[in-house]
Write a protein that binds this ligand. Structure first.
Ligand code: CAA
Length: 293
């Protein structure tokens, strides 16, 4: 069954090479997914070589783990390793027909990154943003060809979360949208098409859960009591472990975006902003395991 609002899949363009802008944890996770499921060259870039190397090291570590678990054989591990390369030179994106970014969640940064990369790629190449709550249309404001931009929002951990939110702007062509839907299917993810509104769908729900949980703490409840109160909902992770997974800065940004867009519906959380600055909610042991709040 064709998902609601999805154009004909015959319109989808071929993806023969993938460019990933940003080599942080989220970008590295989906770079690995692209190479594994599409079996095409994937090139990753970031501001400097050490960030690129860190991303590559993460991908190589995950490939080694897939091999150790017997999910792939050594031929496949070698093939995947050879298909992923890193660069700091956007000219190496020239043959990419799908370019996706996961850089810092700030409008100006994302606008500039896309305007910059557009100089190096073909006018037909599709651009995708992994933004979690910014306006996709505004992210494309400096593009010469904004009609090839779609939102393509993954969830953490990318390898296991089944959903992708595909975001259509008022300019996105059917070909770009169709390419996004077909690509999501090749990545073996369920895709839903959402409107270009703050938080799309998933983060609206997340902002409620995390906002209310932080609000409870701000009103004097202990973290442990909020976790206890949330337990009947059967979340796979308690709200604070989830915040830790999402990243405190990203979480604070999500609350901020929702509160600014809908002040009467969403809490912002000064405490979360403080925790994000401090860098942690939890005390952790040397292996990174959570010991307590
Ligand atoms: N990276 C890669 N793989 C991971 C992983 C990670 N960080 N965490 C777990 N996995 C894998 C494990 O390796 C395991 O795979 P195998 O079966 O191949 O061995 C599988 O996931 C299940 O792991 P576990 O049995 O250890 O864990 P679990 O049953 O406790 O489930 C979980 C772990 C899937 C992460 C689960 O806790 C969960 O669903 N948590 C909620 C996550 C969530 O809500 N994410 C969305 C956040 S919002 C967001 O990302 C977007 C945004 O814009 C802010």
């Amino acid at each position: 069954k064709r998902p609601a609002g999805a154009p004909d899949k015959e319109l989808a363009q071929k993806v023969t090479q993938v460019g990933v802008i940003g080599a942080g944890l989220m970008a590295s996770q989906f770079a690995l997914l692209f190479v594994r499921r599409l079996q095409v060259p994937v090139v990753i870039t970031d501001l400097d070589q050490s960030r690129v190397d860190k991303g590559l090291a993460y991908i190589h570590g995950e490939i080694a783990e897939l091999l150790a678990k017997g999910r792939i054989d050594s031929d496949e591990a070698n093939r995947l390793t050879a298909l992923v390369t890193g660069t700091t030179d956007k000219a190496d994106f020239a043959d990419c027909d799908w370019v996706i970014e996961a850089v810092f969640e700030e409008l100006g940064v994302k606008q500039d990154v896309f305007a910059d990369v557009e100089q190096y790629i073909s006018p037909e190449a599709i651009l995708a943003t992994n933004t979690s709550s910014l306006s996709v249309e505004q992210i494309g404001a400096k593009l010469k060809n904004p009609e090839r931009l779609v939102g393509f929002h993954f969830f953490n951990p990318v390898a296991v979360m089944p959903l992708i939110e595909v975001v259509r702007t008022s300019k996105t062509t059917d070909a770009a949208l169709s390419t996004a839907m077909v690509t999501a299917a090749k990545l073996r993810k369920n895709a839903i098409i959402t409107r270009d509104t703050p938080g799309f769908v998933v983060n609206r729900v997340l902002a409620k859960v995390l906002g209310e949980a932080m609000h409870g703490v701000e009103q004097g409840m202990s973290f442990e009591d909020v976790v206890e109160a949330a337990r009947p909902f059967g979340l796979p992770m308690d709200p604070f472990v989830l915040l830790d997974l999402v990243g405190l800065k990203v979480g604070a940004h999500v609350l901020d975006t929702h509160h600014s867009a809908f002040p009467e519906r969403f809490f912002d959380s000064p405490a979360l902003h403080e925790l994000a600055e401090y860098g942690a909610i939890f005390e952790k042991d040397s292996a990174g395991k959570i010991k307590g709040y």
